[in-house]
Design a protein around this ligand. Structure first.
Ligand SMILES: *Cc1c(COP(=O)(O)O)cnc(C)c1O
Length: 355
């Protein structure tokens, strides 16, 4: 794979000019594009970010043959390095998503090389502030124009990047979740464990309704019984019950988060008991009533680790009873950010330097 760079004439960076980037309000100067035209991925081009030409009958937009990823590049706070966090995990997950959707996968080494080159070209866009980062959004979608529901013969791999603040700011209050008892995100045998575009469209209507009712996010329940916790919006969910931290097992309906895996590793290393198993709403309600539900938090690349104050399930308010001292959510967030920004040791080889 060759990567050709055709730089943009004038940078748009001055538009950002010290403002809070929010999450997705600004995009950097360049994008990487690469095409699959029948039997192989071609060479990549890094060009000025701009509209793509899309065939109006593209199978990707009609039938949702489209997958994506999300990771971040972090500016070192104590050195000049720009670091990626476990990009091999995103590459592996993209491959799994591609295989589920009959999309030709992108090789791990080429996925990482594409990201690395793009970040080098737009290095000035990586925010300097701790907790801020350059969000990286790889996308693979079917571009062939056709009417039949079948795998496309052509695809485009596009990477865009965006300077972002954390999805939920560190000083925003703990989240209020609505356990969604009517709509579902993913069913057994479906595409819940793939990062595929259609999964998100289906969540919009319940999300809008939950927001109108004053909730910050939805807690998705299992599709069969509406009895077990699955995910919090676009985050994996963790419950600290007594001395143990529990998160739903990867049953096929849950997105295998890189942050989820990192949180489980850190807790193990810290000697805190973890369990990956089904967690029922009645168990949570019981733990809430007995005072054993110490913490709830969501984990994901966009949000890092976000504390949850309460979950509304039907007529019941499930809330936490915090214990003295710093929360696990806080400790996890600080440790992850410390590793990502190169402030603390990385014994797990999670970060790799771009430059
Ligand atoms: C991306 C995503 C996550 C978090 O995954 P990370 O790899 O930790 O960013 C969790 N749930 C859903 C539904 C997601 O799309």
């Amino acid at each position: 794979m060759q990567i050709q760079v055709i730089p943009r004439d004038h940078s748009g960076l001055s538009a950002l000019n010290g403002q809070d980037p929010g999450f997705g309000n600004f995009f950097s100067d360049h994008m990487l594009v690469r095409e699959w035209s029948g039997n192989a991925w071609g060479d990549a081009r890094i060009v000025a970010r701009g509209p793509l030409e899309v065939e109006p009958s593209a199978l990707g937009i009609h039938y949702g043959q489209s997958v994506f990823e999300g990771l971040k590049a972090y500016q070192g706070t104590q050195d000049d390095a720009i670091r990626l966090f476990r990009p091999d995990q995103n590459a592996a997950r993209l491959e799994a998503s591609c295989l589920r959707l009959c999309i030709p996968p992108v090789r791990t080494d080429e996925f990482i090389e594409c990201i690395r080159e793009l970040i080098l070209v737009d290095a000035a866009w990586v925010p300097k502030r701790r907790g801020h980062a350059l969000y990286i959004r790889p996308l693979v979608f079917a571009t062939e124009g056709h009417l039949a529901v079948r795998p496309s013969s052509r695809y485009q791999f596009v990477i865009t990047t965006a300077p972002v603040a954390p999805y939920f700011s560190a000083n925003s209050r703990a989240l209020r979740l609505k356990a969604e008892a009517r709509f579902t995100r993913a069913a057994i045998g479906g595409t819940g464990s793939a990062k595929t575009s259609g999964n998100y469209a289906a969540t919009l209507r319940p999300m809008v309704a939950a927001a109108a009712e004053g909730f910050d996010q939805i807690l998705w329940l299992d599709a069969r019984d509406h009895a077990f916790a699955e995910e919090a919006g676009q985050m994996n969910i963790f419950f600290r019950i007594g001395d143990e931290v529990v998160t739903p097992e990867l049953s096929g309906t849950i997105l295998p988060g890189v942050t989820r895996d990192s949180v489980l590793t850190l807790l193990d290393v810290w000697g805190i008991a973890t369990a990956t198993r089904r967690v029922s709403m009645s168990e949570l309600a019981q733990a809430s009533r007995s005072g054993e539900l110490v913490e709830i938090f969501g984990a994901g690349t966009a949000a890092v680790v976000a504390p949850v104050a309460s979950i509304r399930h039907l007529d019941e308010e499930i809330s936490t009873t915090p214990v003295e001292g710093p929360s696990l959510a806080e400790r996890l967030r600080e440790t992850l950010l410390g590793i990502q920004h190169g402030e603390i040791e990385d014994p797990y080889n999670w970060v790799c330097s771009v430059s």
